[in-house]
Write a protein that binds this ligand. Structure first.
Ligand SMILES: [Zn+2]
Length: 156
């Protein structure tokens, strides 16, 4: 993805466009621009459309390899405070992203989830990312994805 090379840390022009769409609150910076279907901020820069929190990372922290996932520590999808954006790096976090391959509801011995968790997860999905939910329940994001797509637990 070439746009990662087009955005330099502290790029004045892009930073201006970015900050015009941000409302800084006590701790979070709330995105006021357009959003993606999943509820993340996004911005069109002519050559590419970027997620606002990823752009924040590029502008304030610098390089971000394509494909690297960013975790929002404040759990607010619209927050673009660079201090709240963290690349997933630890082994535990990586493991969650990769997920386990064979889970089938609570019949699977590895599943920590109970039927009442499934309902909670579906509710949380409205304003939280899959990674955030996976972290909260300490399961893989793949598992959460299967729950939300109805592949697992569709009976609940
Ligand atoms: Zn925040």
């Amino acid at each position: 993805m070439s746009y990662y090379r087009e955005i330099k840390k502290n790029d004045k022009q892009i930073k201006k466009l970015f900050l015009e769409r941000v409302k800084k609150e006590r701790s979070c910076w709330i995105w006021k621009g357009s959003t993606t279907a999943e509820g993340h901020g996004q911005i069109s820069l002519g050559f590419a459309t970027l997620k606002a929190h990823r752009l924040s990372y590029l502008l304030y922290k610098g390089e971000l390899a394509a494909g690297k996932r960013i975790f929002q520590t404040c759990e607010n999808k619209l927050c673009v405070n660079p201090k709240h954006q963290r690349i997933l790096v630890s082994k535990k976090e990586q493991k969650k992203l990769e997920g386990s391959k064979n889970t089938q509801g609570s019949n699977n011995g590895n599943s920590k989830l109970r039927p009442k968790d499934i309902q909670k997860i579906r509710k949380l999905a409205k304003n939280h990312s899959i990674v955030q939910i996976a972290t909260r329940f300490d399961v893989s994001s793949a598992q959460i994805g299967r729950i939300l797509s109805g592949k697992n637990w569709s009976h609940v």
